[in-house]
Design a protein. Structure first.
Lengths: 61, 502
């Protein structure tokens, strides 16, 4: 997670947390993902996933 | 003496009657109870390095590794217990379903035994590729997704592995302990032997057959809405959120699995009875760590503070010459001490470089005190210490890296997947207990809590009341004890900066 994305995830209304282990080893090795409201969302980078989910609506800013 | 060392993974001691059983059901463990009645019971025993394989390096190499390294292989300068026993002319055997021994991230843990018996199929064990479309109910209960992906460690693996489990004897703990009892019966001809039994149960998934699945719940054990393999994390939010009903079911399945483990563990005791081997055999029974099942609001092991649910582990030692058989001891002891204990009991040589201190003086009644601190933790995270009266959980700074020291380039935050080239690595003689050069490379630290946590476990054994900031005298004493322990172990300098100790 790059530092800008980390700041966006952990601040604001996202209510995000960063953990070293979510018990999803295979997904973790495959590539970046965020767990959003309990569901895994994969993508090219944490920034790209974050941009995607925030652009879909919801007051995440 | 012959030695049997048995570790039962994820065995939370507060589920056992021997340790007060502070849970909502009367979990039946008559065989662990009967062994506890026969053996010395240790009331103040702690894990060291966590989780699974770090605990095994403590057990089987006598090294308290988490200050230097995460989950990884035996190192070339380690002397695995099986190797030390072999060098003393002792026949050695491993019986296990602990598939982590055979994955990425581990090596050197089974190769030194004269023989090993690996029972296949637990959790993510890469055993079966069929059925391509496993049973839908089990898939839902274990929270598996698309079964057709090919990535590492997918939950569908367990549904495939368990597809042919039709009766109790097919499940893992029954196989491990039945084969252990069989080994005892077949190997009487050897003069001296050293037997390690490593049961992955009671570890998740908490998938158990009847009668255990219904033993502690009125729910339908096959209800697809009820998981038996919850995700790790907080039980009140995110992927790991559980309703009260779901949590009650998970706990009941864990309890049922524990009763199943106990039943088959009893076969080993029965074999020792039938063969009249107690007078020539030392038997050590313990666990690597506990498991949060909603305790303190957490599920599983990662990310949570190292409360005693996880860190205080059961330990029973039967020794035919023991002065404390049938009694209890409150001496403070640590997982790493079991290495020297088993080797001394077996009559094998204990190497000098290890962190392990044999418990034989306690077992023989020669002393009531063993150590004045026990350290425990995960690499790259918080560092925790107890004096047996207080536990002090020291957070680390997320912005100060942890270093891995190893002859191997590992994947410090992805233990089971392929290792990664550590391009920042430097080599040198960094370790205080060997003159062998190792790699040294940085990775991100992750704390588990922002502020120190301090508990008086004599007054508050469930660790409900944080005394940090409210009992400055005890807090300062424990902080100093942590520094003393780090100095005694000659911990790497960056640990003090990570922990804000200077």
């Amino acid at each position: 997670v790059d530092s800008t994305t980390r700041r966006k995830l952990l601040a604001g209304k996202l209510n995000g947390e960063e953990h070293p282990c979510l018990g999803r080893c295979g997904e973790c090795y495959e590539g970046p993902f965020l767990v959003v409201d309990g569901e895994s969302v994969a993508g090219e980078s944490h920034k790209e996933i974050l941009d995607r989910i925030t652009s879909k609506g919801g007051d995440y800013s | 003496l012959n030695v049997v060392f048995i570790t039962i993974d994820s065995l939370s001691k507060h589920f056992l009657k021997t340790y007060g059983q502070t849970v909502e059901f009367e979990v039946e463990t008559p065989n662990l109870d009967r062994f506890a009645g026969k053996a010395a019971v240790f009331d103040n025993h702690y894990a060291g390095s966590l989780p699974c394989m770090p605990a095994r390096r403590e057990f089987f190499a006598g090294i308290q590794e988490f200050l230097w390294r995460p989950w990884g292989p035996m190192e070339p300068f380690d002397v695995p217990a099986a190797l030390a026993a072999r060098r003393s002319g002792i026949v050695t055997q491993l019986v296990t379903d602990h598939y982590h021994y055979f994955q990425h991230g581990s090596s050197g843990y089974f190769e030194d035994y004269g023989a090993f018996d690996f029972i296949r199929g637990h959790e993510y064990d890469a055993w079966k590729t069929t059925p391509k479309d496993p049973d839908g109910t089990l898939m839902r209960q274990i929270l598996a997704g698309d079964p057709h992906n090919t990535r590492f460690m997918d939950r569908a693996q367990y549904a495939r592995n368990a597809a042919h489990f039709t009766k109790e004897e097919d499940f893992l703990a029954p196989q491990v302990f039945a084969r252990t009892a069989e080994w005892l019966k077949r190997n009487r001809g050897w003069e001296k032997w050293f037997l390690v039994v490593d049961s992955f149960d009671v570890h998740e998934p908490f998938h158990v057959p009847e009668p255990y699945a219904s033993m502690y719940t009125d729910e339908d054990p096959n209800d697809p809405e009820l998981t038996n393999w919850p995700y790790y994390g907080r039980i009140d939010e995110g992927q790991s959120a559980l309703t009260e009903r779901q949590l009650a079911f998970v706990r009941a399945q864990y309890a049922g699995k524990l009763t199943m483990v106990d039943r088959w563990f009893g076969r080993v005791l029965d074999a020792l009875d039938e063969l009249k081997m107690w007078d020539e055999t030392a038997v050590i029974v313990t666990s690597d760590h506990g498991h949060f099942l909603g305790d303190h609001g957490w599920m599983g092991k990662p990310n949570a503070p190292l409360y005693n649910v996880l860190a205080a582990t059961p330990l029973f030692i039967w020794h035919p010459g023991g002065a404390r058989n049938g009694e209890r001891t409150d001496a403070l002891t640590s997982a790493v001490d079991l290495y020297a204990t088993m080797l001394e009991a077996a009559g094998a040589e204990v190497p000098e470089h290890v962190h392990s201190r044999s418990l034989m003086p306690i077992v023989k009644g020669e002393t009531d005190r063993h150590r004045n601190w026990a350290l425990y933790g995960y690499w790259g995270s918080t560092v925790n210490v107890t004096d047996g009266r207080h536990t002090y959980l020291r957070p680390c700074r997320d912005d100060v890296d942890a270093y891995t020291y190893s002859t191997r380039m590992m994947n410090p935050h992805g233990w089971f997947v392929p290792p990664k080239p550590q391009k920042q690595a430097e080599a040198g003689r960094y370790l205080p207990y060997t003159d062998t050069p190792v790699w040294r490379y940085p990775e991100k630290s992750y704390t588990r809590h922002a502020e120190p946590l301090l508990f008086d476990i004599a007054e508050d054994p469930e660790q409900r009341e944080n005394l940090a900031g409210r009992d400055p005298e005890s807090e300062e004493r424990m902080r100093r004890l942590l520094v003393e322990a780090l100095r005694e172990l000659r911990a790497p300098e960056e640990q003090y900066a990570r922990l804000g100790l200077k």
